[in-house]
Write a protein that binds this ligand. Sequence first.
Ligand SMILES: Cc1cc2nc3c(=O)[nH]c(=O)nc-3n(C[C@H](O)[C@H](O)[C@H](O)COP(=O)(O)OP(=O)(O)OC[C@H]3O[C@@H](n4cnc5c(N)ncnc54)[C@H](O)[C@@H]3O)c2cc1C
Length: 370
Amino acid sequence: MNLSYWEQQSWLSNIDFTIIGSGIVGLNTALNLKARFPKASILILERGILPNGASTKNAGFACFGSLSEIIDDLNSHSEMEVLDLIKRRTEGLKLLRKNLGDEAIDFKCYGGYEFFLPEDDDTYDQCLSGMSRINELLRPLFQEDVFTTRTNTFGFKNIKEPLIYNKFEAQINTGKMMEALLQKVYSAGIKILNSITVQEFSEANSSVEVKTDKFDFSTKKLLVTTNGFASQFGISEVKPARAQVLITKPIPDLKIKGTFHLDKGYYYFRNIDNRILFGGGRNLDLKTEETTEMFQTELIQNKLEELLSTNILPDTQYQIDRRWSGIMGVGNQKGPVLKQHSENVYFGVRLGGMGVAIGSLIGKELADLV
Ligand SMILES: Cc1cc2nc3c(=O)[nH]c(=O)nc-3n(C[C@H](O)[C@H](O)[C@H](O)COP(=O)(O)OP(=O)(O)OC[C@H]3O[C@@H](n4cnc5c(N)ncnc54)[C@H](O)[C@@H]3O)c2cc1C
């Protein structure tokens, strides 16, 4: 692509900070850099026509961990580590709400529920017996019991009862959140170029040379926020994890309201605009789902439909409106990879399944590393 003199001068010269990726982390990093360095020239490069990873694809749970997930995490992390993870998620959610405002993101605190199938006997019993221990662990953060039980008033069938309830869990409108964030970025005078894929970069004399599929240029600092795609740049601690979703058409008199988790967080559903959004099932075929290809598979979509018609909407007529998938970044540890990679290159990746919660915080911390 032959850029004109003007294009080169106005968009690709004297760039202080270049960010790869316009997801929650990339956009928050840009805003925090602008706040610290108001005169800096900041450029965001995004491979998609819209952000094309997880931030515009997710389920919009404003959550910090279901009871079974927290109990499971205690098998591989210490109590202090688990408490710290949850603290960071709640702090991240506060920051998201403060930055954008509850109205702009449609923040609704309808509460969250955990839902167990008959075959989840052991996990259900562990949750009931471990509930008071976890409530005590979380008391310093919430000052009251987080987890209680509630009767099933939603018409779910063939599940263990009562449900486990978390009154602090909320939901947001993912599309509105990303629109509000993008609007803030544009208003701050930060440039975004879409449909540009960064292919490689290299350090060179106090700057970084960046090669894209359309042009090459130089930037003083480079910040990589490509999450599930980070292994492209040699970050082996991050693996892609595809997450598949479906949404129904509007259902008259839908009684289901809230965010719902099943199977240690591997499945999740919520109400939105009188519809049910339902995702998950990656654990049915972890190997195939370790991919950056945004497709759906019959295996997982069929399982989602089976759970929908058997357990979630057993007596309700519904139609599927749309299906999609997004790519998360996961690894052996739950925390993100936040680090200076070389003299002028920084990484903020591996947000796992909680990027709505921690994305704003990681963007701030990445900007503070520079
Ligand atoms: C289906 C699904 C449901 C989820 N549900 C929830 C939820 O309910 N609650 C929650 O907290 N979290 C949820 N998550 C996780 C959350 O969405 C992510 O953790 C978060 O969005 C990660 O943000 P990010 O900015 O790090 O990454 P991303 O949003 O993936 O952003 C990375 C960006 O980098 C771009 N990119 C990649 N490579 C290149 C390149 N070479 N050149 C240019 N651009 C590039 C991508 O196109 C992408 O836009 C869900 C994720 C998915 C997929």
